[in-house]
Each structure stands twice: as structure tokens, then as C-alpha cells.
Design a protein around this ligand. Sequence first.
Ligand SMILES: [Zn+2]
Length: 227
Amino acid sequence: MENQKAQTIGNFGLKYFLRGGEIMSLQQRLDVKLDQRLTQEQKLLVQDRILGLRLRLIGKIHRETYKPHAVCPKCSRRLTPLQIIKGFKRNVNDYTTRCPRCHNRFEPEIICKSASSSTTLRFFCPVQTVGQLYGKEKLSPTEIQKNYPALYQSAIAHFGGLTQAFKEIGKSYRFKEPVVKWEKKVKQFLGLLPDSVIACLVQVKYNEVRKLRLRLNIRRYRTENLL
Ligand SMILES: [Zn+2]
């Protein structure tokens, strides 16, 4: 089960970046099909934009900014968040990413900034993140944040929160973390990300996001709009 899950998450294609909980709308399925027709360059562009939007929305939800950070110690190349994620081996014991220029492997970090503080932590890949969550479902968010800060921040950066991260390994997390004023927070992302992705990140029903978008007269997300 763990391996199967790890493999699913391990495919960092458009499907990975468009994950929106269990719901995959018809539009998303079409987008994944479209993904197969795009050139490699177009795929990377779309994935890069979606990842950037996801991180921005997650930052808004948690009132922090999340910046995956990696500068190759061998050739000084600064990696983009997408390059960092794609460079992971998807191996629970290997924390390194790969420099796209010189292929050197090294450990990336994540910089989390709030209004009052800035913390630099080790950045885990999604597979390592969910792998380390096993057995921790009885710990509150505060306990996880205090005892496993890098795991906590990686779970937020990849999945939007602990609830969604635990869901990835089939566990229901009893500590709910409702997003206050979610409508205000998602407004600028409507139509830029699929409704189901937004719904998953703010933990509301897909229909609520859809209704809000229609009320504001915003057209639904389409992958081709990102090209
Ligand atoms: Zn390098």
C-alpha cells in the first residue's frame, strides 16, 4: 500500500500538480490527456506555473511564504522549485535532489517566511513527507510543527496541510484546520487553478468553489490558458 501510494505520487506529471483530493473533474481528465500531447517544453512550463500558483495559494492560506531553495554547491546553479521536485529520487531514504546542469546531488531546503520570522528547513519530497507521517496521526498540528518542523512545512508545501497529507496515506486526521475567510483567499486564483485543486487546498466542497467562481463570473481553469 505504501509503495503503491509512493509510486502514484512519484509520477510528477501534470496529474501530480493537478491533484485535488479524490475528485478529478472531467476537465482535469481532459487536461491530463492534453498533457500527453504537449511538447516537453510546454509540459514543464505548465507544471512550473501550476506549482507557482499552488505555492502562492498555500502561502495565502497559512499566511507564510514557502520557497523551495537549492543552489548547487558544485556549479552554483540555482534550481527552480519545479527542478527541485523533479530532481528528487522519490526514495524515502534519499533526501537529495539533482542539479540539472552538472547532475550533482545535494539536499534542498525550504524557506518559510511569516510576518515575524524566517525559517530555513530541510525540504522533503512528497514521498518522504507522507512516508514520515505514518504513526503520527494522533499528534496535533502544534506537536508536529514543534517536533518535526521540516516534515510539517513539507506537508504544507506539497499538500496544503496535514489533513490532506494524511489523506494521501488513507488516514483521517482528527485535528481539523479550517481555513478562515477562504473565499477571500482563493479569489485571485479562481480560473487559474482547477476548482477541485482550490477546494482541496482550502478544504471545502468542490461545488462551493465552483459556485463562488460562477458568481464572480470567472471562466473555469483550462490548461491551454497557461501556455
Ligand atoms: Zn550543479
